[in-house]
Each structure stands twice: as C-alpha cells, then as structure tokens.
Design a protein around this ligand. Structure first.
Ligand code: HEC
Ligand code: HEC
Ligand code: HEC
Ligand code: HEC
Length: 260
C-alpha cells in the first residue's frame, strides 16, 4: 500500500468508519473497522479486541473509571520509547520470566542459514528472538506481562491476557528471522520472499514478524469472517483465498515444488 493509502486507511481506523471494502465481491460482509472513539453512551458497538478502554465492548477491557483512551494502552504522544512507534509499553517478561521465549524447534533449513540468524541456541539473548515489532505484541500476548500497565499512565486497567490470546512461540510459525535475498537463495525453491504485490509485509530489516500476517489496528473477525486482524483481508475472492494468499506469498511459489 502506498503511504497515501496507508494514511487514509489509518484515518478510517481512527474514526471507526463502517466500510464496505472497495474490492467488492472479495469481501463477504461489510464490517466495522477500527476503534469507535465516539461517546460512551451512543450505543455504537465498539468491539475491536485491541480496544481495551472502558468504552469498549471487547472481550478484555477496562471497567468504568479506568482509562477510556484507546491508543494509550500501546502508544503515547509524549514520553514513549523508541522500541516501536511512540511505544508506551515495557519489554515483555516472557514465559521464562527474563524476557526470553522458548522457540519453535523445527524449521531446520532456516536454522542452518547464518544470514537468517534464526537459531534456538542464541535464544538466550533476549534482544534476538523474538525481535522488532513482535516484542511489542508479546508485551501482552506472552500471557505474563500485565496488559493494562503502561509507561506513561501507570496502570490504566487491571487486565490479564486470556488463554486464547496467549501465544506460545515454541509451537508457532517461526518469526523474527531475516528473509533477505541470501536466505531465499539458500532455502529450497519451494520458498520465496514475498513480492511487492503480496498481501504480507516483512519489516524494515526484512524480517518476518507477527505483523507479516496480522495488522493490530484492523479488526477483521466479525464471526463470519474469522481470520483475526488479517493483513491480507480482501486480497482474494473468499476468506479461504485470503488465507492462502498469505501462505503462498512465501511457500510453494515454484510450480511443482510440492508441499514442503
Ligand atoms: C494493541 C496495541 C495497539 C493499539 C491499541 C494501537 N496501536 Fe498503533 N501500533 C501498534 C503496533 C504494534 C504498531 C507497530 C506496527 C509495526 O511495526 O508494523 C503500531 C503502529 C502505529 C503507527 C505507525 C504507522 C503504522 O501503521 O505502522 C501509528 C500512526 C499508530 N500505530 C497509531 C495508532 C492510533 C492513533 C491508535 C489509537 C486509535 C493506535 N495506534 C492503537 C499497536 C497498537
Ligand atoms: C514471509 C514468508 C512466510 C509466510 C507469509 C509464511 N511462511 Fe511458513 N515459513 C517460511 C519460512 C522461511 C519457513 C522456514 C522453512 C524451513 O526452515 O524449512 C517457514 C516454515 C513453515 C513451515 C515448516 C516448519 C518446519 O518445521 O519446518 C510450515 C508448516 C509453514 N511455514 C506454514 C505456513 C503457513 C500455513 C502459512 C500461512 C498461514 C505460512 N507458513 C506463511 C516463510 C513464510
Ligand atoms: C496492549 C496489549 C496488546 C498488545 C500490545 C497487542 N495485543 Fe493483540 N490482543 C490483546 C487482547 C487483550 C486481545 C483479546 C484477547 C481475547 O479476546 O481473549 C488481543 C487479540 C488479538 C488477536 C485476536 C483477535 C480476534 O479477532 O480474535 C490477534 C490476532 C492479535 N491480538 C494480534 C496482535 C498483534 C499482531 C500484535 C502486535 C502487532 C498485538 N496483538 C499486540 C492485547 C494486545
Ligand atoms: C504465518 C502467519 C501468522 C503469523 C506470523 C502470526 N500469526 Fe497469529 N494467527 C494466524 C492465523 C492464520 C490465525 C487464525 C487461527 C489459525 O488459523 O490458527 C492466527 C490467530 C492468532 C490469534 C488468535 C488466537 C488463536 O490462536 O487463534 C492471536 C492472539 C494471534 N494470532 C497473535 C499472533 C502474534 C502475537 C504473533 C506473533 C508472535 C502472530 N500471531 C503471528 C497467522 C499468523
């Protein structure tokens, strides 16, 4: 997406506009995207799972008297850290209690490629795995770090992560590895880097992250369309195609290469 469209998309996200996607038939239902920052009493459904404010109707959110600032659980205009965009959260504690995470033990081919740097033996260095924006996600999704505690604002709400939202990296798709041209060349031909038109994103350092598949600002799960916060939302004719488009961005892109 060009910066221009990203900006428009963000503006829509901010004001919680109900959108019928411009891709028409590609999208089964019209959906409410983003946050409703409207008054607390107007009855507008405000169910984005990342709206943790007391104004929200999502599964996990503050109660009356706790914060109604929707962005503050993740961002702050003043006093933020450089870990992420004006980031208002501390580093994840992680299941080991020291900021490290048990990693997926598969992905043998990736581990053998030095340029990918994905190697469980160096996981003890918390700055390496997970890294980048995935650490931001895991500052709530590790299931340990207090969800409602932020840098500016202290405790905004007394919230803990659900079992549903707790992500175990030891049984999850590898993330935070570098996927540059050298890594692509070293992997079998059934893997390739996403092209510019693919509906997934590597980060600025060419790493796969949670944000390769998800966009934390867009609520795509309305119970009919079930892929959650799906970056590739509307990229195909059906939800199944949206899912395939994500995996096919990197997998089995050589005809006949077979299922890896
Ligand atoms: C649950 C956490 C969370 C909430 C709540 C949240 N954001 Fe974000 N936001 C993120 C993360 C994580 C990133 C970094 C994404 C990345 O690096 O790809 C981000 C990135 C951004 C960026 C940088 C541009 C971009 O899209 O990557 C802007 C601007 C932004 N958020 C604005 C907002 C605003 C305004 C709100 C409130 C309406 C908000 N965010 C609420 C997690 C959140
Ligand atoms: C940004 C690129 C990218 C995307 C998107 C992606 N993968 Fe992968 N995937 C990889 C790479 C690289 C590996 C490592 C392969 C290895 O080490 O053999 C991998 C590994 C795997 C593995 C094998 C793990 C193992 O133990 O060897 C499976 C299964 C897999 N991915 C499934 C999926 C599915 C399902 C999706 C879509 C929901 C998906 N991937 C999306 C790049 C990607
Ligand atoms: C401030 C805490 C916080 C941060 C940071 C955060 N999340 Fe969440 N996320 C939540 C909560 C709370 C839920 C709701 C869990 C539930 O309903 O059980 C959730 C739900 C989700 C869901 C499931 C949505 C659905 O429709 O079922 C996805 C996917 C998700 N988050 C991805 C991310 C990603 C990716 C990032 C980082 C870019 C991120 N989150 C950062 C708190 C956070
Ligand atoms: C390869 C794509 C991919 C990556 C990378 C990825 N997810 Fe997901 N995620 C999915 C899919 C697909 C689902 C829907 C459930 C399913 O099909 O397994 C999902 C579901 C979720 C859910 C809902 C709970 C559940 O188990 O269904 C949360 C929360 C979540 N992801 C958070 C994250 C976080 C945090 C990261 C990074 C640590 C991440 N995801 C990385 C594809 C991905």
């Amino acid at each position: 997406m060009s910066n221009h469209y990203r900006r428009i998309a963000l503006i829509l996200v901010f004001y919680g506009v109900t959108l019928v996607s411009s891709v028409g038939a590609a999208v089964p239902v019209s959906m409410t995207l983003g946050y409703d920052t409207d008054t607390l009493t107007d009855g507008i459904q405000n169910s984005h799972p990342h709206n943790l404010s007391s104004a929200s109707s999502s599964n996990i959110h503050g109660t009356a008297g706790e914060s109604d600032e929707v962005c503050k659980f993740c961002h702050t205009p003043h006093g933020g850290t450089a870990k992420g965009p004006l980031w208002n959260r501390g580093d994840p504690i992680g299941p080991n209690g020291d900021g490290t995470f048990p990693l997926y033990t598969g992905a043998a081919e990736l581990k053998a490629i030095p340029e990918a740097q994905y190697n469980a033996t160096v996981a003890a260095d918390a700055s390496l795995y997970p890294n980048g924006s995935s650490r931001l996600c895991l500052s709530c999704h590790d299931g340990v770090t207090a969800v409602g505690e932020v840098i500016v604002g202290g405790t905004l709400a007394a919230l803990t992560m659900s079992a549903y939202g707790t992500i175990d990296l030891s049984s999850s798709h590898p993330i935070s590895f570098v996927f540059n041209a050298a890594v692509e060349a070293a992997l079998p031909p059934s893997f390739s880097r996403p092209s510019a038109t693919d509906p997934v994103a590597l980060d600025a350092l060419e790493r796969m992250q949670c944000t390769t598949c998800h966009d934390p600002h867009i609520d795509t799960n309305d119970g009919v369309y079930t892929l959650p916060m799906w970056r590739a939302y509307g990229s195909g004719a059906t939800e199944a195609a949206d899912y395939d488009n994500t995996c096919l961005s990197c997998h089995m892109t050589t005809p006949g290469a077979g299922v890896h």
